[in-house]
Design a protein around this ligand. Structure first.
Ligand code: C2O
Ligand code: CU
Ligand code: CU
Length: 480
């Protein structure tokens, strides 16, 4: 153990870590091999599907060949990843939501050539929750993600382990994606830079018409929107409310209920799904309700904002489950305020705009090494970012910041998109710590982010991957 800690200490020095007092001490190392490669998978009846996928070894418990990899870590552990790129093109691995050094974050400038390898090593300081990993190479993120590259990271911590929550096979990861599946069972991709890739076949964990038997019990579903561009308006078909335990960056202070939850690409929620009052033999569906997105919604047969089923749950066995929804979940949601921000008098203003058919942040397209003077947050300071979705973009955009999580503190509507706003506004979970949030058409949103641990160059971007790849992405530099 002593030797282990010594190594961790060396690693942290090497990475020029700058941990605040509240950073947990590294406890141990989780070592894995991760390979990105072309493969075929038996996903649907008939021909196997050509995919690009991540293979993790040793294989996590209960995983099958067709499931997405799930990496389990505890807060404070070091994740040590021996990554190999066996794809035919360059790629990088981005650890979405993890608060790690810039050199480990999968920036497009650090993409790994075909046949190359890279050792990702970092301490996971994040709160208990579900994070994820996906490719992030320049202009090829959308294509690589649509080919199947994604995985989940489930982080636990002492506070979360002390709660009475569904565990074991009642604690499940659900990855939601839309695909166009040809008659020959192949994924077909065509990414339109305006709406993004919107496909007609909804998959959950790579399964079509996803369905599962459940008992008369409570389940905890950790739901990731791993789609390129599709936004979900999640609800239950029997109109029981959505009971939400957590969001992107961990548990809420206390559970909340919503009639529906908006889940944009990159966002996660944890749901308390209580099937105890449903009679054996009956079913309930997780659905996506209709909404009015604005902008060019046209998809390949299923438009943005169209209603569809996500997953069917059939209650097939009566059991006794006396679990009680905890009234308090976490004391760890940072209480950032606008007034407490160091740039309260002069907040960072980032307009969203449209130019020549492409979307922009801060008035300019992505440029590999460029950082503008208003893109330099200060390490350890809580600062306001104001994102202004100008009327010209016409549509909602999921805004994502790398580095530390943020709180959404204010949404102001221009009044120009009343139908769009009315169809979505009750589905946001701004009470949690976030790393991705949906910005409505015509909306001005104020968030506070406090870079906790690392200086360096990080990305912020729209998580509509076709928007990201066509330049709706920028660097920011965390400065000392
Ligand atoms: Cu999940 Cu920079 O992205
Ligand atoms: Cu990210
Ligand atoms: Cu966008």
């Amino acid at each position: 153990m002593k030797k282990l800690l010594g190594l961790v200490g060396l690693f942290l020095l090497g990475a020029q870590a700058c941990f605040g007092d509240d950073a947990p001490a590294p406890a141990s190392v989780v070592k894995i091999n991760l390979t990105a490669k072309a493969d075929t998978l038996p996903l649907f009846p008939g021909a196997e599907t050509n995919v690009w996928r991540y293979v993790v070894s040793p294989l996590p418990p209960n995983s099958t060949k067709t499931s997405f990899p799930v990496i389990y870590v505890k807060t404070g552990q070091v994740l040590d990843v021996n990554f190999k790129n066996e794809l035919s093109e360059a790629t990088s691995v981005h650890w979405h939501g993890l608060d790690i050094p810039a050199s480990m974050d999968g920036h497009p400038a650090d993409a790994i050539k075909p046949g190359g390898s890279f050792r990702y090593r970092f301490m996971v300081p994040n709160r208990a929750g579900m994070y994820w990993f996906h490719p992030h190479p320049d202009q090829r993120t959308a294509v690589q993600a649509a080919a199947g590259l994604a995985g989940a990271i489930v982080v636990s911590d002492a506070e979360e382990r002390a709660l009475t929550l569904p565990r074991g096979n009642r604690d499940q990861v659900l990855i939601l994606q839309d695909r166009y599946i040809s008659a020959g069972n192949q994924f077909q991709y065509s990414g339109n830079p305006q709406p993004g890739f919107l496909a007609p076949h909804i998959l959950v964990n790579n399964k079509r018409n996803a369905a599962q038997n459940v008992e008369t019990a409570v389940y905890r579903f950790r739901i990731l929107n791993g789609s390129n561009a599709r936004i979900y308006k999640l609800a239950w078909s029997n109109s029981m409310p959505m009971t939400v335990l957590g969001v992107d960056q961990g548990l809420l202070a206390a559970p909340v209920t919503r009639n529906y939850v908006m889940l944009a690409p990159g966002e996660r929620i944890e749901v308390w799904a209580d099937f105890r009052s449903i009679a054996v033999g009956n079913n309930v569906k997780l659905i996506s309700q209709a909404f009015t997105p604005g902008g060019p919604a046209i998809g390949l047969g299923l438009n943005q904002g169209a209603a569809f089923d996500v997953m069917n749950f059939t209650v097939n066995a009566a059991v006794t489950d006396s679990i009680v929804l905890p009234s308090i979940l976490s004391s760890g949601v940072p209480g950032y305020t606008l007034a407490g921000a160091t740039n309260f008098a002069n907040p960072r203003l980032i307009p969203l705009s449209s130019s020549g058919g492409f979307f922009r942040l801060n008035g300019s397209p992505f440029s590999m090494n460029v950082v503008a003077s208003n893109e330099m947050p200060v390490l350890g300071e809580a600062q306001i970012w104001v994102f202004q979705n100008n009327a010209t973009t016409q549509m909602p955009h999921p805004i994502h910041l790398h580095s530390s999580g943020f709180r959404v503190l204010e949404r102001t509507q221009s009044g120009a998109f009343p139908t769009q706003v009315a169809s979505m506004q009750d589905g946001f979970l701004d009470e949690g710590l976030k790393d991705t949030t949906l910005l409505m058409p015509g909306e001005t949103l104020k968030l506070v982010q406090k870079p906790l641990f690392y200086t360096g160059k990080f990305l912020y971007h729209c998580h509509n991957l076709e928007h990201e790849d066509t330049g709706m992405m920028r660097n920011f530099q965390v400065v000392p």
